[in-house]
Design a protein around this ligand. Structure first.
Ligand code: BGC
Length: 859
């Protein structure tokens, strides 16, 4: 038996790890059961940890147990496994390298451009340069770098592309990530090291309204190049005031959302000097122990009338092109997700108006209240590139912007060849873990679209859309968490985001509705308590634990969850005194605060909002109170916190009674509004006869709506699971396969290549949340679920028009497959279970068995 897919902190051979106590993980190959493992870790000639032979079947979360790890240390680790017969197998080898663990490791200084920024203006990209010689033979070289802004590095003309839009996104007031680059091969005798610095999340436009200067007005960068020679000596090149600087290079403007203005006639003169400035005070530079953001798939264009390039796939990414124009000739490129009726790129569904001059919280409040902007307005985002030709062959690739787009409209009199234009997808480099295919091609396309929406929205943080807002909306991340975890390996990505969540928590326990922080406090703080959104604080760590078995993450998140739960517990009861008095379960009813409700139901089901009156949402809030308190009770149990468990159980039970009083006894379950039935069924608020009635009423509501999707943002993910639990499998399949809108496949038939925010496609075209239905393809159609350490439950549920379905999932415990096919003699199931795991297999006829590693054919 051999260890495969060795990982450290979920990462493959990480460089610059910041975690002082890393965890090892692997999967097994060959044999049935791992009976023991041994890990030997070494640094140079020193064995720094020998676990000895540990009798255990665990292959995840094996904590490093050696001496304290040092900065820069490269650790080789070998793991040997013993199988069920006690035979030791072939040793697997891997490594990781530590980053700069102490603040004192940083000798470099923060540098900035030599100008005094004015908050009302935008500035060209800063260019910094240092020339140096490497006098001896290089053994290895590492570059450590970070910025307040976004930076890139070029060594001897070679741009490092190991992390696009570095240093990535965190709350820059709380912690800033740095990257570690292996640059050994790039160091020559004479060297030129160049840094570029743009506004990024720090100073650039942010959120729907394009507010700027969210974190600061002055951008800065820090870099430390450490060259170790073969004789063991080290030369360290640090950013300081010996670097030259200018901002007269080709990138005249760069903004993550708005785009770039690029003048190819310009080259940086470096005729100024870098200024050193104080580093961020009490804000740690932390290693980005996450998968890097990389350039991924590339797309060629088809030319449509009106100089529109169609890349065939809606993505988040940017452009590369080659043109040959006269000096000073311009190309203006607008990137968008859709075309209007005249075939022009249309940004109207993803743009909000913002004033040309100035923008304040008050200005924003006014705009929200009146829908109007004072003075001249411009749309946000612009998603535009303005390119000026140099007169020869020019090559351009976007450096500091990302757009949500499929189409690019080019305004120019330069003759161009569409074959010279490429769209490049950019996102966090998560390994693709889930595959699904079935006999309905539209369903297959839905799955691909959902994965593309995930790719379009997982760029160092999970966002709602890559266009209008690009914000880490808690609700979106929560709704999609499990679907995403099937599709790609999100373990490192969400571990990072859970730290962002800690950073975002207010003193009173409340989380803003978007995180990391992106300005516009009043809006995100006010909606921060909204059930379904705020509840990400419990649901993401909980589901993370269930999926990845990571108790350390759950433990780390506990104080944050508890603090929010404490806040909620002091805000129970009706806000209206009369209502409070009339409700015997007032203490367990929840409605205070600003709740968004179900959000985005089809128009006919939406509540009428009377001017100036914000609807209260006791139904949604009390239902989620029940779910989250139940979840907290379970977490308290896992973490051995008996007293907390009792408290949470009490509230969970009370809220169920409150819901019964408020909704069920009040007769509100007799409705065609699907969300009102799905929610109590999904969140465990109904029992016995009431539950049965609600299930039947839901089926009636679904039929009355022609099997179309009537739920909104929160309940769409629960719709098919609830129907499945009710035994209404064919109804569930009919909804899944329905092409009449609103439906998942309606937009596929309409040519969608990603998932749309609303069913008619008039808003963002890259909102993954409705794609959360794909969870059902994995956990129900194919029936693959992780049910604990080294354990699966596989319970496929054939149905609908499907004649076959095949799914695979590279889970934390190995590669599992579940296929079924309808044949003349019945349904044949093929199930593959990885080494060192077992699966409880349940077939539709009720047959139940425990199977071990290997491929199993069943019928
Ligand atoms: C976002 C959503 C988000 C919602 C919350 C929208 O503008 O795009 O996905 O969850 O706001 O109100």
């Amino acid at each position: 038996m051999k260890a495969i897919r060795p990982r450290v902190d979920y990462l493959k051979e990480p460089l610059g790890l910041g975690d002082p106590s890393p965890e090892f993980a692997w999967n097994c190959e060959g044999g049935l059961k791992q009976t023991a493992y041994q890990i030997i870790a070494s640094s140079g000639n020193e064995t720094i940890w020998n676990s000895g032979k540990v009798l255990s079947s665990s292959m995840t979360h094996i904590a490093y147990g050696g001496r304290k790890l040092k900065s820069r240390e490269r650790v080789f680790w070998r793991v040997k496994l013993w199988d069920e017969n006690g035979n030791g197998g072939e040793v697997s080898e891997s490594f990781f390298e530590m980053g700069l663990l102490d603040a004192s490791d940083w000798k470099a200084k923060w540098i900035t451009g030599d100008y005094k920024p004015n908050t009302k203006l935008r500035y060209p990209v800063d260019c910094f340069k240092k020339e140096f010689k490497a006098q001896k033979k290089v053994a290895y070289a590492r570059l450590y770098a970070s910025s307040r802004g976004v930076y890139d590095v070029t060594i001897n003309g070679h741009r490092l592309e190991d992390f696009i839009l570095a240093p990535g996104m965190t709350d820059y007031r709380k912690r800033i990530q740095y990257q570690t680059y292996d640059v050994t091969k790039l160091i020559a005798h004479n060297n030129v090291l160049e840094l570029r610095l743009a506004d990024g999340w720090y100073r650039g436009s942010s959120a729907a309204y394009g507010v700027t200067n969210v974190y600061g007005t002055q951008t800065s960068v820090i870099a430390q190049l450490e060259i170790t020679f073969e004789d063991g000596s080290v030369n360290t090149i640090c950013t300081d005031d010996t670097w030259t600087w200018s901002n007269d290079g080709p990138i005249r403007f760069a903004d993550l959302k708005d785009g770039e203005i690029y003048d190819a006639t310009k080259v940086p003169s470096y005729n100024g000097k870098a200024k050193t400035i104080p580093g961020p005070k009490n804000i740690p530079l932390v290693a980005s122990d996450n998968v890097p953001v990389l350039e991924k798939e590339r797309f060629e264009a088809k030319l449509l009338p009106g100089n529109v390039l169609d890349f065939g796939q809606n993505i988040a990414g940017y452009l590369e092109f080659t043109v040959n124009g006269k000096p000073g000739q311009e190309l203006k490129l607008r990137c968008g997700e859709i075309l209007d009726d005249n075939g022009n790129v249309d940004l109207s569904g993803i743009q909000e108006a913002r004033p040309v001059k100035g923008w304040s919280q008050m200005g924003l409040i006014k705009k929200l209240m009146t829908g109007k902007v004072d003075g001249e307005a411009v749309g946000s985002p612009l998603q535009e590139i303005v390119f000026t030709c140099s007169g020869g062959e020019d090559h351009y690739k976007t450096s500091f912007a990302v757009f949500g787009f499929r189409y690019v409209q080019i305004e120019t009199d330069v003759a161009f060849d569409p074959a010279n234009f490429t769209a490049i997808a950019v996102y966090s480099d998560m390994e693709q873990t889930g595959e699904f295919a079935c006999s309905n091609e539209l369903v297959n396309k839905l799955l691909q679209n959902t994965r593309w929406s995930m790719k379009g929205n997982y760029l160092d943080l999970p966002t709602d859309c890559p266009t209008r807002e690009r914000l880490g909306w808690t609700g979106d991340a929560q709704v999609f968490f499990d679907t995403g975890a099937y599709l790609m390996d999100t373990a490192a990505f969400f571990r990072k985001w859970l730290v962002d969540m800690e950073d975002a928590q207010n003193k009173n326990g409340v989380l803003p509705a978007v995180l990391p922080y992106q300005g516009v406090d009043m809006m995100y703080n006010a909606t921060g308590v909204s059930v379904g959104w705020a509840d990400a604080v419990y649901l993401v760590p909980y589901r993370y634990y269930k999926r990845f078995g990571d108790k350390a993450v759950l433990e780390r998140s506990w104080p944050m969850m508890k603090k929010y739960a404490d806040y909620v517990m002091t805000h129970l009861g009706h806000s209206d005194k009369k209502e409070a008095k009339a409700n015997p379960y007032n203490a367990y009813t929840y409605e205070k605060g600003m709740h968004l409700g179900e959000w985005l139901e089809p128009a006919q089901f939406q509540e009428k909002i009377t001017a100036g009156k914000r609807p209260k949402h006791p139904e949604e809030a009390t239902a989620y109170l029940h779910l989250t308190m139940k979840t907290m009770a379970e977490i308290a149990d896992i973490l051995g916190k008996a007293e907390d468990k009792a408290t949470f159980i009490k509230i969970a039970e009370g809220s169920k009674k409150a819901y019964d009083h408020l909704i069920i006894k009040a007769g509100l379950l007799d409705t065609d509004r699907q969300a009102k039935l799905v929610r109590p069924l999904a969140l465990g608020l109904l029992d016995g006869e009431t539950k049965k009635q609600a299930q039947e009423r839901l089926v009636k509501a679904v039929k009355n709506f022609d099997y179309c999707v009537g739920t909104g943002f929160l309940s769409t993910v629960f719709l098919l699971p609830v129907l499945t639990e009710a035994g209404e499998i064919e109804t569930a399949y009919k909804m899944l396969e329905n092409t009449q809108k609103p439906s998942w496949l309606g937009e596929v038939v309409d040519g969608a290549t990603t998932v749309w925010e609303n069913w008619d496609g008039t808003a963002s075209r890259n909102h993954y949340s409705p794609g959360a239905v794909c969870q059902w393809l994995f956990d129900t159609v194919a029936g693959i679920r992780v049910s604990g350490e080294n354990r699966f439950r596989i319970a496929p549920v054939p149905g609908g028009t499907l004649t076959y379905a095949k799914a695979s999932y590279c889970s934390p415990y190995g590669f599992v497959e579940s296929d079924w096919e309808k044949t003349e003699s019945g349904i044949e199931f093929t199930i593959s279970i990885p080494a060192n795991t077992t699966a409880e297999v349940v077939l539709p006829n009720g047959d139940r068995r425990i199977l071990g590693a290997g491929q199993h054919k069943l019928s």
